[in-house]
Design a protein around this ligand. Structure first.
Ligand code: GTP
Length: 354
């Protein structure tokens, strides 16, 4: 049986204020958390046991997923008292693995939306007798990411984290946040201090001539780290551009949960998601946005490319663009919230008189 480690312990600072109470991998994208989408993908690839490496708000995961009975595989929690970084977290979680030293272990960052052929990545790892296989994707602007140039045979040449100068941008291949490790390699990561797998473990493996291969997959990939990426990821899932086993047969211009009350004159489009018990008033337009459960939006408003969290309230005739509104916030009528606005949990923005 194939085992995996899922890294879900980060603070998700770029997605604040949404991540104040909910860890990033548990925020709903198209109605399911990224973790749930990933668990479904892993299950399809034949993974039977996942260890979740948790730290920040660890309790949220266990209370939702339990031991995995409802999700078709076994889930185990490795809780870090202090965040150990990506490498330290993998090492810490490895104490729960049952596989042998030469067996493969799949490792996933918890904020990656992908339709990656996990079984294919494991097969490449086997074929090449690799110590580590790294899933790579190609992006137009690699600057915010870790660059991973490879030679003609796929062997990784170096790791360049978040390049700044044009000379450093030697490839458009980036680390896509999913790996296959030989178990032995994980056991060699120091377990008593924070370690970054990208900055420390991988470069050290290259320096000691280990076999590290990069496997480029040009299928769907998105890092849900920022609000704009999160809204895009949700819209892509809703429209079937991003694949998820959880949404088969439900994709289209919008997903509206049955318990939501959307006025017949409202328009919900562009890959928007409207959650359970949400209420959308007459004439309101929701475009390319994520509306969590129990949100209320009165009539005549326009919400574009925005994320509105649980039980928030938006009054009538508001205009909201590229904005993040955290849970239970109150936006009075006639407000205009422009690109980049962040509204905190329970914050109140008074109505505008016109
Ligand atoms: P930002 O603070 O916005 O950068 O987000 P983040 O905290 O999630 O960091 P980043 O996106 O770099 O993390 C990549 C993945 O590793 C995410 O799935 C995180 O949940 C996870 N991760 C990062 N640091 C740790 C850690 O110390 N422990 C564990 N268990 N997971 C981590």
């Amino acid at each position: 049986m194939l085992e995996a480690i899922l890294l879900v312990g980060g603070q998700g600072t770029r997605l604040r204020p949404l991540t104040i109470s909910t860890p990033k991998p548990m925020l709903p994208v198209a109605g399911y958390s990224c973790t749930e989408h990933q668990i479904a993908l892993a299950r399809e690839a034949g993974i039977g046991r996942i260890i979740l490496g948790t730290s920040y708000r660890a309790e949220v995961f266990e209370s939702y997923f339990g031991h995995g009975e409802e999700f078709g595989l076994e889930l185990i929690y490795a809780v870090e008292d202090e965040p150990l970084g990506t490498g330290g977290a993998i090492r810490h979680a490895a104490q729960h693995l049952t596989c042998g030293p030469d067996d493969p272990v799949v490792v996933f960052n918890g904020d990656v939306l992908t339709g990656l052929d996990i079984a294919g990545l494991v097969q490449k790892w086997r074929n090449e007798k690799a110590d580590v296989a790294i899933y790579l994707t190609r992006v137009a602007d690699p600057r915010p990411f870790g660059l991973v140039p490879t030679d003609a045979s796929g062997r990784v040449l170096e790791f360049l984290e978040k390049p700044t100068t044009p000379e450093e941008i030697v490839t458009d291949q980036i680390n896509a946040g999913c790996y296959v490790f030989k178990r032995l390699v994980i056991d060699s990561i120091p377990g008593d201090r924070p370690v970054s797998v990208e900055r420390e473990t991988f470069p050290a493996l290259l320096a000691s001539n280990k076999i590290v291969i990069g496997v480029v997959d040009d299928g769907y990939w998105l890092d849900l780290g920022t609000p704009l990426a999160f809204a895009k990821g949700s819209a892509d899932l809703v429209q079937g551009i991003a694949p998820s086993p959880l949404l088969v047969g439900r994709t289209g211009l919008a997903i509206i949960e049955k318990s939501a009350d959307v006025d017949p004159s409202a328009i919900v489009t562009g890959g928007s998601y409207v959650g359970h018990n949400a209420r959308i008033g007459p004439g309101t337009v929701i475009d390319r946005s994520v509306i969590f459960n129990e949100v209320q939006i009165a009539g005549g408003s326009r919400v574009t490319n925005s994320i509105i969290s649980t039980a928030a309230h938006v009054g009538s005739d508001c205009h909201i663009v590229d904005t993040v509104i955290a849970e239970r916030a109150f936006i009075g009528s006639n407000n205009e919230l422009v690109a980049g606005t962040l509204v905190f949990p329970d914050e109140r923005i008074e109505p505008v008189t016109i």
